[in-house]
Design a protein around this ligand. Structure first.
Ligand code: UD1
Ligand code: CA
Length: 455
Protein backbone atom coordinates (compact mmCIF):
# COMPACT_ATOMS: atom_id res chain seq x y z
CA UNK A 1 0.00 0.00 0.00
CA UNK A 2 1.18 3.52 -0.80
CA UNK A 3 2.33 5.64 2.06
CA UNK A 4 0.43 8.40 3.80
CA UNK A 5 1.16 11.12 6.32
CA UNK A 6 0.05 10.61 9.92
CA UNK A 7 -0.99 13.36 12.32
CA UNK A 8 -1.75 12.68 15.99
CA UNK A 9 -3.52 15.29 18.12
CA UNK A 10 -2.13 15.37 21.63
CA UNK A 11 -2.11 19.01 22.73
CA UNK A 12 -5.12 18.94 25.03
CA UNK A 13 -4.85 18.96 28.78
CA UNK A 14 -7.32 16.17 29.34
CA UNK A 15 -9.32 18.22 31.84
CA UNK A 16 -11.68 15.35 32.61
CA UNK A 17 -8.78 13.21 33.87
CA UNK A 18 -8.26 15.73 36.71
CA UNK A 19 -4.55 15.02 36.67
CA UNK A 20 -1.26 16.87 36.77
CA UNK A 21 0.00 14.31 34.24
CA UNK A 22 -0.88 15.11 30.61
CA UNK A 23 -3.60 12.73 29.45
CA UNK A 24 -1.59 11.09 26.68
CA UNK A 25 1.09 10.11 29.21
CA UNK A 26 -1.29 8.14 31.42
CA UNK A 27 -0.19 4.51 31.29
CA UNK A 28 -2.34 1.79 29.82
CA UNK A 29 -0.93 -1.73 30.29
CA UNK A 30 2.35 -0.13 31.28
CA UNK A 31 2.72 2.10 28.23
CA UNK A 32 1.57 5.73 27.83
CA UNK A 33 -1.61 6.19 25.77
CA UNK A 34 0.31 8.00 23.05
CA UNK A 35 2.89 5.19 22.94
CA UNK A 36 0.21 2.69 21.93
CA UNK A 37 -0.85 4.82 18.97
CA UNK A 38 2.72 5.50 17.89
CA UNK A 39 3.46 1.75 17.90
CA UNK A 40 0.44 1.11 15.68
CA UNK A 41 0.89 3.93 13.16
CA UNK A 42 4.59 3.18 12.69
CA UNK A 43 3.57 -0.11 11.11
CA UNK A 44 2.03 1.94 8.28
CA UNK A 45 5.49 3.38 7.53
CA UNK A 46 4.11 6.91 7.14
CA UNK A 47 6.08 9.36 5.01
CA UNK A 48 5.89 11.73 7.95
CA UNK A 49 4.73 11.20 11.54
CA UNK A 50 3.56 14.43 13.14
CA UNK A 51 2.39 14.90 16.74
CA UNK A 52 0.70 18.11 17.88
CA UNK A 53 1.52 18.96 21.49
CA UNK A 54 0.66 21.94 23.68
CA UNK A 55 -0.30 21.29 27.27
CA UNK A 56 2.97 20.33 29.09
CA UNK A 57 4.54 19.93 25.66
CA UNK A 58 8.07 19.45 27.02
CA UNK A 59 6.99 16.62 29.22
CA UNK A 60 5.15 14.82 26.42
CA UNK A 61 8.03 15.29 24.00
CA UNK A 62 10.58 14.10 26.57
CA UNK A 63 8.62 10.89 27.09
CA UNK A 64 9.15 9.97 23.41
CA UNK A 65 12.54 11.16 22.25
CA UNK A 66 12.21 9.27 18.97
CA UNK A 67 13.89 10.84 15.96
CA UNK A 68 11.10 9.93 13.54
CA UNK A 69 8.52 12.25 15.12
CA UNK A 70 7.91 15.80 13.86
CA UNK A 71 6.68 17.75 16.87
CA UNK A 72 4.29 20.64 16.31
CA UNK A 73 3.47 23.09 19.07
CA UNK A 74 -0.08 24.38 19.57
CA UNK A 75 0.34 27.17 22.09
CA UNK A 76 -3.34 27.63 22.81
CA UNK A 77 -5.77 24.74 22.56
CA UNK A 78 -8.43 26.31 20.40
CA UNK A 79 -9.86 23.03 19.13
CA UNK A 80 -9.04 20.00 17.04
CA UNK A 81 -9.26 21.84 13.69
CA UNK A 82 -6.96 24.54 15.05
CA UNK A 83 -4.51 21.82 16.11
CA UNK A 84 -4.40 20.51 12.53
CA UNK A 85 -3.91 24.04 11.24
CA UNK A 86 -0.87 24.41 13.50
CA UNK A 87 0.65 21.44 11.67
CA UNK A 88 0.26 23.04 8.22
CA UNK A 89 3.97 23.98 7.90
CA UNK A 90 4.81 20.27 8.18
CA UNK A 91 2.08 19.30 5.71
CA UNK A 92 2.51 21.65 2.74
CA UNK A 93 5.29 19.54 1.22
CA UNK A 94 3.35 16.29 1.70
CA UNK A 95 1.10 14.66 -0.86
CA UNK A 96 -1.72 12.14 -0.92
CA UNK A 97 -3.64 11.40 2.23
CA UNK A 98 -3.40 12.50 5.79
CA UNK A 99 -4.56 10.17 8.57
CA UNK A 100 -5.63 12.14 11.62
CA UNK A 101 -5.91 10.37 14.98
CA UNK A 102 -6.42 11.44 18.58
CA UNK A 103 -3.72 10.78 21.12
CA UNK A 104 -6.37 9.45 23.49
CA UNK A 105 -7.63 6.54 21.36
CA UNK A 106 -5.00 3.92 22.23
CA UNK A 107 -6.52 0.67 21.01
CA UNK A 108 -6.83 1.70 17.37
CA UNK A 109 -5.82 -1.16 15.09
CA UNK A 110 -3.54 -1.21 12.07
CA UNK A 111 -6.06 -3.16 9.97
CA UNK A 112 -8.66 -0.44 10.47
CA UNK A 113 -6.27 2.29 9.34
CA UNK A 114 -5.41 0.25 6.25
CA UNK A 115 -9.11 -0.32 5.50
CA UNK A 116 -9.76 3.41 5.95
CA UNK A 117 -7.06 4.35 3.46
CA UNK A 118 -8.32 1.77 0.98
CA UNK A 119 -11.95 2.93 1.17
CA UNK A 120 -10.91 6.58 0.94
CA UNK A 121 -8.99 5.87 -2.26
CA UNK A 122 -11.59 3.55 -3.78
CA UNK A 123 -14.40 6.07 -3.24
CA UNK A 124 -12.15 8.93 -4.24
CA UNK A 125 -13.20 10.81 -1.12
CA UNK A 126 -11.92 14.11 0.19
CA UNK A 127 -12.79 13.26 3.79
CA UNK A 128 -13.53 9.83 5.25
CA UNK A 129 -14.51 9.53 8.89
CA UNK A 130 -14.49 6.33 10.94
CA UNK A 131 -17.74 5.95 12.85
CA UNK A 132 -18.90 3.43 15.43
CA UNK A 133 -22.04 2.62 17.33
CA UNK A 134 -22.10 3.50 21.01
CA UNK A 135 -25.25 2.58 22.90
CA UNK A 136 -24.27 5.24 25.41
CA UNK A 137 -22.87 7.92 23.09
CA UNK A 138 -22.22 10.53 25.80
CA UNK A 139 -19.27 12.76 24.99
CA UNK A 140 -18.93 11.77 21.33
CA UNK A 141 -19.82 13.78 18.24
CA UNK A 142 -22.92 12.29 16.55
CA UNK A 143 -23.03 11.40 12.84
CA UNK A 144 -26.11 13.14 11.43
CA UNK A 145 -27.73 11.56 8.37
CA UNK A 146 -30.87 12.63 6.50
CA UNK A 147 -34.03 10.57 6.10
CA UNK A 148 -32.42 8.55 3.31
CA UNK A 149 -29.36 7.79 5.41
CA UNK A 150 -27.22 10.24 3.45
CA UNK A 151 -24.41 11.84 5.41
CA UNK A 152 -24.91 15.41 6.50
CA UNK A 153 -22.56 16.48 9.25
CA UNK A 154 -21.15 15.72 12.69
CA UNK A 155 -22.67 17.50 15.64
CA UNK A 156 -20.81 17.73 18.94
CA UNK A 157 -22.77 16.74 22.01
CA UNK A 158 -22.79 20.25 23.46
CA UNK A 159 -24.29 21.62 20.22
CA UNK A 160 -26.72 18.75 19.60
CA UNK A 161 -30.48 18.93 19.90
CA UNK A 162 -32.27 16.46 22.15
CA UNK A 163 -33.11 14.36 19.08
CA UNK A 164 -29.56 14.42 17.80
CA UNK A 165 -28.29 13.28 21.17
CA UNK A 166 -30.22 10.02 20.71
CA UNK A 167 -28.09 9.13 17.67
CA UNK A 168 -25.85 6.18 18.50
CA UNK A 169 -23.60 6.38 15.43
CA UNK A 170 -20.70 8.52 16.61
CA UNK A 171 -17.46 10.01 15.37
CA UNK A 172 -14.41 7.99 16.43
CA UNK A 173 -12.08 10.95 15.87
CA UNK A 174 -10.16 9.03 13.19
CA UNK A 175 -10.13 10.67 9.76
CA UNK A 176 -8.56 10.25 6.37
CA UNK A 177 -8.29 13.54 4.47
CA UNK A 178 -6.92 14.30 1.02
CA UNK A 179 -4.20 16.88 1.54
CA UNK A 180 -5.11 18.84 -1.57
CA UNK A 181 -8.49 19.83 -0.05
CA UNK A 182 -7.47 20.10 3.58
CA UNK A 183 -6.13 23.63 3.70
CA UNK A 184 -9.19 25.18 2.02
CA UNK A 185 -11.59 23.33 4.30
CA UNK A 186 -9.70 24.25 7.48
CA UNK A 187 -10.00 27.93 6.54
CA UNK A 188 -13.77 27.58 6.39
CA UNK A 189 -14.11 26.11 9.88
CA UNK A 190 -15.23 28.69 12.41
CA UNK A 191 -15.52 28.60 16.19
CA UNK A 192 -19.18 29.56 16.28
CA UNK A 193 -20.38 26.78 18.52
CA UNK A 194 -21.11 25.98 22.14
CA UNK A 195 -17.46 25.50 23.06
CA UNK A 196 -16.04 28.39 20.98
CA UNK A 197 -13.60 25.89 19.48
CA UNK A 198 -12.53 25.05 15.96
CA UNK A 199 -14.03 21.58 15.47
CA UNK A 200 -12.24 19.19 13.14
CA UNK A 201 -15.44 17.13 12.69
CA UNK A 202 -16.84 20.14 10.75
CA UNK A 203 -14.69 18.86 7.87
CA UNK A 204 -17.36 16.30 7.13
CA UNK A 205 -20.12 18.80 6.33
CA UNK A 206 -17.73 20.73 4.06
CA UNK A 207 -16.85 17.57 2.17
CA UNK A 208 -20.53 16.57 1.98
CA UNK A 209 -21.20 19.88 0.23
CA UNK A 210 -18.54 19.00 -2.37
CA UNK A 211 -19.84 15.45 -2.72
CA UNK A 212 -16.64 13.85 -1.48
CA UNK A 213 -17.45 12.70 2.05
CA UNK A 214 -17.43 9.12 3.25
CA UNK A 215 -17.87 7.15 6.44
CA UNK A 216 -16.33 3.84 7.40
CA UNK A 217 -18.44 2.23 10.09
CA UNK A 218 -16.36 0.03 12.36
CA UNK A 219 -18.08 -2.66 14.41
CA UNK A 220 -15.46 -2.95 17.15
CA UNK A 221 -16.31 0.13 19.19
CA UNK A 222 -13.89 -0.84 21.96
CA UNK A 223 -10.88 -0.50 19.66
CA UNK A 224 -11.97 3.07 18.94
CA UNK A 225 -12.88 4.09 22.45
CA UNK A 226 -11.39 7.38 23.60
CA UNK A 227 -10.01 7.97 27.07
CA UNK A 228 -11.43 11.15 28.53
CA UNK A 229 -11.65 10.17 32.19
CA UNK A 230 -10.26 7.61 34.60
CA UNK A 231 -13.28 5.36 34.32
CA UNK A 232 -12.79 5.01 30.58
CA UNK A 233 -9.09 4.40 31.22
CA UNK A 234 -9.86 1.49 33.54
CA UNK A 235 -12.34 0.01 31.06
CA UNK A 236 -9.66 0.02 28.38
CA UNK A 237 -7.07 -1.39 30.80
CA UNK A 238 -9.30 -4.39 31.38
CA UNK A 239 -10.10 -4.76 27.68
CA UNK A 240 -6.45 -4.62 26.70
CA UNK A 241 -5.55 -7.10 29.45
CA UNK A 242 -8.14 -9.54 28.09
CA UNK A 243 -6.68 -9.12 24.62
CA UNK A 244 -3.07 -9.59 25.77
CA UNK A 245 -4.00 -12.69 27.80
CA UNK A 246 -5.88 -14.14 24.82
CA UNK A 247 -2.84 -13.51 22.60
CA UNK A 248 -0.55 -15.40 25.00
CA UNK A 249 -3.07 -18.20 25.45
CA UNK A 250 -3.01 -18.68 21.69
CA UNK A 251 0.77 -18.96 21.89
CA UNK A 252 0.64 -21.71 24.48
CA UNK A 253 0.54 -20.02 27.88
CA UNK A 254 -1.84 -21.25 30.61
CA UNK A 255 -3.60 -18.72 32.82
CA UNK A 256 -5.54 -20.51 35.54
CA UNK A 257 -7.60 -17.38 36.25
CA UNK A 258 -7.08 -14.87 33.41
CA UNK A 259 -9.41 -12.25 34.86
CA UNK A 260 -7.19 -11.77 37.90
CA UNK A 261 -3.87 -11.36 36.08
CA UNK A 262 -2.46 -8.09 34.73
CA UNK A 263 0.07 -7.85 31.92
CA UNK A 264 1.93 -4.93 30.42
CA UNK A 265 1.95 -4.61 26.63
CA UNK A 266 5.67 -5.32 26.40
CA UNK A 267 5.63 -8.58 28.38
CA UNK A 268 6.72 -11.76 26.60
CA UNK A 269 5.83 -15.25 27.89
CA UNK A 270 7.20 -18.56 26.58
CA UNK A 271 5.00 -21.54 25.71
CA UNK A 272 4.01 -24.08 28.37
CA UNK A 273 4.38 -21.52 31.11
CA UNK A 274 1.66 -21.49 33.75
CA UNK A 275 0.51 -18.27 35.34
CA UNK A 276 -1.49 -18.74 38.54
CA UNK A 277 -4.18 -16.31 39.79
CA UNK A 278 -3.47 -12.71 40.79
CA UNK A 279 -0.15 -12.35 39.04
CA UNK A 280 1.08 -8.95 37.82
CA UNK A 281 3.69 -8.90 35.07
CA UNK A 282 4.94 -5.40 34.33
CA UNK A 283 7.47 -3.50 32.23
CA UNK A 284 9.32 -5.38 29.53
CA UNK A 285 9.36 -8.59 31.59
CA UNK A 286 10.31 -11.74 29.72
CA UNK A 287 9.20 -15.14 31.03
CA UNK A 288 10.84 -18.16 29.42
CA UNK A 289 9.37 -21.51 28.42
CA UNK A 290 7.80 -23.93 30.88
CA UNK A 291 7.93 -21.53 33.81
CA UNK A 292 5.49 -21.70 36.69
CA UNK A 293 4.54 -18.40 38.28
CA UNK A 294 2.66 -18.95 41.53
CA UNK A 295 -0.25 -16.89 42.83
CA UNK A 296 0.05 -13.26 43.96
CA UNK A 297 3.47 -12.62 42.40
CA UNK A 298 4.46 -9.23 41.03
CA UNK A 299 7.29 -9.26 38.50
CA UNK A 300 8.49 -5.97 37.04
CA UNK A 301 11.16 -5.36 34.36
CA UNK A 302 12.70 -8.82 34.84
CA UNK A 303 14.02 -11.66 32.69
CA UNK A 304 13.04 -15.13 33.78
CA UNK A 305 14.80 -17.98 31.96
CA UNK A 306 13.27 -21.33 31.03
CA UNK A 307 11.85 -23.78 33.56
CA UNK A 308 11.85 -21.41 36.53
CA UNK A 309 9.41 -21.89 39.38
CA UNK A 310 8.47 -18.74 41.21
CA UNK A 311 6.24 -19.74 44.10
CA UNK A 312 3.46 -17.58 45.49
CA UNK A 313 3.76 -14.05 46.89
CA UNK A 314 7.13 -13.10 45.43
CA UNK A 315 8.14 -9.60 44.36
CA UNK A 316 10.76 -9.24 41.61
CA UNK A 317 12.08 -6.03 40.13
CA UNK A 318 14.86 -5.78 37.52
CA UNK A 319 15.97 -9.31 38.32
CA UNK A 320 17.56 -11.79 35.93
CA UNK A 321 17.05 -15.52 36.38
CA UNK A 322 19.13 -17.64 34.02
CA UNK A 323 16.88 -20.70 34.17
CA UNK A 324 15.83 -23.69 36.31
CA UNK A 325 15.63 -21.38 39.33
CA UNK A 326 13.31 -21.86 42.27
CA UNK A 327 12.25 -18.74 44.10
CA UNK A 328 9.92 -18.18 47.03
CA UNK A 329 7.35 -18.35 48.37
CA UNK A 330 7.60 -14.83 49.82
CA UNK A 331 10.94 -13.82 48.29
CA UNK A 332 11.92 -10.32 47.25
CA UNK A 333 14.44 -9.90 44.45
CA UNK A 334 15.39 -6.25 44.05
CA UNK A 335 17.16 -4.58 41.12
CA UNK A 336 20.48 -6.12 40.16
CA UNK A 337 19.69 -9.62 41.37
CA UNK A 338 21.07 -12.26 39.01
CA UNK A 339 20.51 -15.96 39.65
CA UNK A 340 22.68 -18.29 37.58
CA UNK A 341 21.13 -21.55 36.41
CA UNK A 342 19.76 -23.73 39.17
CA UNK A 343 20.26 -21.20 41.98
CA UNK A 344 17.52 -21.22 44.61
CA UNK A 345 16.10 -18.53 46.86
CA UNK A 346 13.57 -19.57 49.48
CA UNK A 347 11.08 -17.91 51.76
CA UNK A 348 11.58 -14.50 53.36
CA UNK A 349 14.84 -13.73 51.57
CA UNK A 350 15.75 -10.32 50.17
CA UNK A 351 18.41 -9.94 47.48
CA UNK A 352 19.75 -6.76 45.92
CA UNK A 353 22.68 -6.24 43.50
CA UNK A 354 23.62 -9.85 44.08
CA UNK A 355 25.08 -12.31 41.58
CA UNK A 356 24.33 -15.82 42.77
CA UNK A 357 26.33 -18.62 41.13
CA UNK A 358 25.02 -21.90 39.72
CA UNK A 359 23.17 -24.16 42.11
CA UNK A 360 23.81 -21.97 45.14
CA UNK A 361 21.05 -21.96 47.74
CA UNK A 362 19.73 -19.19 49.95
CA UNK A 363 16.73 -20.91 51.35
CA UNK A 364 15.51 -19.14 54.47
CA UNK A 365 15.29 -15.64 55.97
CA UNK A 366 18.39 -13.99 54.50
CA UNK A 367 19.50 -10.57 53.28
CA UNK A 368 22.11 -10.70 50.54
CA UNK A 369 23.10 -7.35 49.01
CA UNK A 370 26.07 -6.04 46.99
CA UNK A 371 27.36 -9.58 46.75
CA UNK A 372 29.11 -11.81 44.27
CA UNK A 373 28.56 -15.45 45.13
CA UNK A 374 30.15 -18.44 43.39
CA UNK A 375 28.69 -21.86 42.62
CA UNK A 376 27.37 -24.44 45.00
CA UNK A 377 27.28 -22.12 48.00
CA UNK A 378 24.92 -22.94 50.85
CA UNK A 379 23.68 -19.96 52.80
CA UNK A 380 22.15 -20.86 56.15
CA UNK A 381 18.96 -19.44 57.61
CA UNK A 382 19.18 -15.89 58.88
CA UNK A 383 22.44 -14.99 57.12
CA UNK A 384 22.93 -11.27 56.60
CA UNK A 385 25.42 -9.36 54.51
CA UNK A 386 26.07 -6.16 56.46
CA UNK A 387 26.69 -4.09 53.35
CA UNK A 388 26.03 -0.61 54.71
CA UNK A 389 28.15 1.17 57.31
CA UNK A 390 25.83 4.14 57.55
CA UNK A 391 27.61 6.02 54.80
CA UNK A 392 28.74 3.65 52.07
CA UNK A 393 27.78 0.32 50.58
CA UNK A 394 30.45 -2.40 50.53
CA UNK A 395 30.92 -5.64 48.60
CA UNK A 396 30.84 -9.18 49.86
CA UNK A 397 32.56 -11.90 47.86
CA UNK A 398 31.69 -15.51 48.56
CA UNK A 399 33.65 -18.03 46.52
CA UNK A 400 32.62 -21.45 45.18
CA UNK A 401 31.50 -24.16 47.56
CA UNK A 402 31.36 -22.02 50.72
CA UNK A 403 29.07 -23.18 53.54
CA UNK A 404 27.63 -20.43 55.71
CA UNK A 405 26.11 -21.60 58.99
CA UNK A 406 22.82 -20.17 60.19
CA UNK A 407 22.51 -16.74 61.76
CA UNK A 408 25.85 -15.45 60.47
CA UNK A 409 26.68 -11.84 59.68
CA UNK A 410 29.17 -11.02 56.95
CA UNK A 411 30.43 -7.50 57.58
CA UNK A 412 31.42 -5.99 54.22
CA UNK A 413 33.82 -5.42 52.61
CA UNK A 414 34.78 -9.02 53.09
CA UNK A 415 35.82 -12.10 51.11
CA UNK A 416 35.19 -15.72 51.96
CA UNK A 417 37.58 -18.07 50.19
CA UNK A 418 36.62 -21.22 48.29
CA UNK A 419 35.19 -24.13 50.30
CA UNK A 420 35.45 -22.19 53.58
CA UNK A 421 32.95 -22.98 56.33
CA UNK A 422 31.41 -20.32 58.55
CA UNK A 423 30.23 -21.72 61.87
CA UNK A 424 26.66 -20.91 62.85
CA UNK A 425 26.26 -17.60 64.64
CA UNK A 426 29.57 -16.17 63.42
CA UNK A 427 30.16 -12.48 62.75
CA UNK A 428 32.72 -12.40 59.94
CA UNK A 429 34.73 -9.17 59.90
CA UNK A 430 37.88 -10.21 58.04
CA UNK A 431 38.80 -12.34 55.07
CA UNK A 432 38.33 -16.07 55.54
CA UNK A 433 41.03 -18.10 53.76
CA UNK A 434 40.00 -20.84 51.35
CA UNK A 435 39.13 -24.10 53.04
CA UNK A 436 39.20 -22.63 56.59
CA UNK A 437 36.56 -22.85 59.31
CA UNK A 438 35.68 -19.44 60.76
CA UNK A 439 33.99 -19.31 64.16
CA UNK A 440 33.63 -16.12 66.20
CA UNK A 441 31.34 -17.40 68.89
CA UNK A 442 32.19 -17.25 72.59
CA UNK A 443 32.91 -20.78 73.75
CA UNK A 444 29.93 -22.31 75.50
CA UNK A 445 30.40 -22.70 79.26
CA UNK A 446 28.16 -24.25 81.89
CA UNK A 447 27.54 -23.16 85.44
CA UNK A 448 26.31 -26.17 87.31
CA UNK A 449 23.25 -26.13 89.56
CA UNK A 450 22.12 -22.68 88.34
CA UNK A 451 18.49 -23.63 88.74
CA UNK A 452 18.88 -24.42 92.44
CA UNK A 453 20.82 -21.24 93.14
CA UNK A 454 17.94 -19.08 91.89
CA UNK A 455 15.53 -20.54 94.42
C1 UD1 B 1 -13.50 14.51 19.79
C2 UD1 B 1 -14.41 14.91 18.63
C3 UD1 B 1 -15.69 14.08 18.70
C4 UD1 B 1 -15.35 12.60 18.69
C5 UD1 B 1 -14.35 12.24 19.79
C6 UD1 B 1 -13.86 10.83 19.59
C7 UD1 B 1 -13.91 17.27 18.25
C8 UD1 B 1 -14.39 18.66 18.40
N1 UD1 B 1 -14.72 16.32 18.74
O1 UD1 B 1 -14.16 14.85 20.99
O2 UD1 B 1 -16.52 14.39 17.59
O3 UD1 B 1 -16.53 11.84 18.85
O4 UD1 B 1 -13.20 13.11 19.72
O5 UD1 B 1 -13.01 10.42 20.62
O6 UD1 B 1 -12.89 17.04 17.65
N2 UD1 B 1 -6.64 18.30 20.97
C9 UD1 B 1 -5.61 19.11 20.54
N3 UD1 B 1 -5.78 20.45 20.50
C10 UD1 B 1 -6.96 21.05 20.84
C11 UD1 B 1 -8.02 20.21 21.27
C12 UD1 B 1 -7.82 18.84 21.32
O7 UD1 B 1 -4.53 18.61 20.21
O8 UD1 B 1 -7.03 22.29 20.74
C13 UD1 B 1 -6.44 16.85 21.04
C14 UD1 B 1 -6.61 16.29 22.42
O9 UD1 B 1 -5.37 16.26 23.11
C15 UD1 B 1 -7.14 14.87 22.16
C16 UD1 B 1 -7.83 15.00 20.82
O10 UD1 B 1 -7.41 16.21 20.25
O11 UD1 B 1 -6.09 13.93 22.05
C17 UD1 B 1 -9.36 15.01 20.97
O12 UD1 B 1 -9.71 16.05 21.87
P1 UD1 B 1 -10.81 15.83 22.99
O13 UD1 B 1 -10.93 17.08 23.76
O14 UD1 B 1 -10.55 14.58 23.73
O15 UD1 B 1 -12.11 15.65 22.08
P2 UD1 B 1 -13.43 14.90 22.43
O16 UD1 B 1 -14.26 15.75 23.31
O17 UD1 B 1 -13.13 13.53 22.87
CA1 CA C 1 -11.36 12.44 23.49
Amino acid sequence: MEHCTVLILAAGQGTRMRSSLPKVLHPLAGRPLLGHILTTVRQLHPTRLIVVIGHQADRVQAAFDDADIFWVYQAEQLGTAHAVRCAMPELTDQQGELLILSGDTPLIELQLLQALLLLHRQENNGVTVVSMTQERPTGYGRIVRDGQGQLQRIVEEKDASCEERLITEVNSGVYCVSLRGLFGWLEQISAENAQREYYLPDLLALAVREGCAGVLHHADALSLAGVNDRQQLSILERALRDKLVADWQRRGVTFTDPASCWLASDVVIGPDSIIEPNVILGGATIIGEACHIGPFCEIQHSQIGDACHIKGFCHLEEAILDGKNEVGPYARLRPGTVLAEGARVGNFCELKKAHIGENSKINHLAYIGDTTMGRGVNVGAGTITCNYDGQKKHQTIIEDGVFIGSDSQLVAPVRIGEQAVIGAGTTVTKEVPAGALAVSRVTQTHIANWHKRKN
